[in-house]
Design a protein. Structure first.
Length: 239
């Protein structure tokens, strides 16, 4: 398959899955394996990181007005009931710290042990089961935190720790020094732009879906994909 077409397809996969709770990294690695792209190649590891940034940029642009409002209201908040510790910006930074610190500590272990398709399959399967349980409990007990302005410090810490799982499972590994050619730059740019455009169209739909239907459908999808990967992944795409 033409490498440019591969980049378009990978950009679509990334844009569709970055903000869905189905693991964009897992889907990229599965797609790369199906395309016979070497999963341990330094360029493609770097490529995965860069096109994820394209999807994240889409999120920043979509919510730029909201971000500016948060910055303007810091630290008292829009309702005047917040402070330096529990303002949404502070809570976001706290959640980030509780994600990044454990992820950095576990990075080398993750890179060494969690890069196989078999491990990705287990991560999808177990993550789907956990997601299903959590979604069922939150529906049953009618969790009342809907907006980020309502988030508490313990919730921010919990979100950060949970996000560590997606930062570590499945591990993508770090990219070694890569010598870039013109074709490499073009392939990278294609993936970045496509993931950005697709993500722009997915984020608001995802938020609408979750508010209305919850996470159950994504949990079931993860379980089915993980099981399918465990059963036939090694046979058909290697692992």
């Amino acid at each position: 398959m033409n490498v440019y077409i591969q980049s378009i397809l990978l950009g679509i996969v990334e844009g569709l899955t970055e903000f869905l709770p189905v693991s964009s990294t897992a889907h990229l690695r599965i797609t790369e394996a199906l395309m016979k792209i070497p999963l341990d190649d330094a360029y493609w590891k770097m490529y995965t990181i860069v096109i994820q940034l394209g999807a994240i940029l889409a999120l920043l642009l979509l919510f730029l007005t909201r971000i500016v409002e948060f910055m303007r209201s810091f630290p008292k908040g829009e309702g005047g009931d917040r402070n330096w510790l529990n303002h949404p910006i502070s809570l976001t930074l706290i959640a980030f710290a509780f994600t990044s610190a454990p992820a950095l500590l576990l990075h080398k272990w993750s890179e060494k042990n969690l890069g196989s398709l078999n491990t990705i399959a287990w991560a999808l399967l177990i993550g789907g089961i956990v997601m299903w349980i959590v979604d069922a409990r939150s529906t049953r007990y009618e969790a009342n935190t809907t907006y980020v302005e309502e988030m508490s410090l313990p919730q921010a810490i919990w979100i950060g720790l949970c996000q560590t799982l997606s930062a570590v499972f499945p591990g993508g590994g770090g990219a070694a020094h890569v010598v870039m050619t013109t074709d490499n730059w073009i392939v990278l740019a294609i993936g970045f732009v496509v993931s950005f455009i697709v993500a722009m169209g997915v984020v608001e739909w995802f938020l609408y879906w979750v508010r209305k239907h919850g996470f159950t459908v994504f949990a079931i999808y993860r379980i089915l994909l993980g099981a399918a990967l465990l059963i036939c992944g090694a046979k058909y795409i290697g692992g």
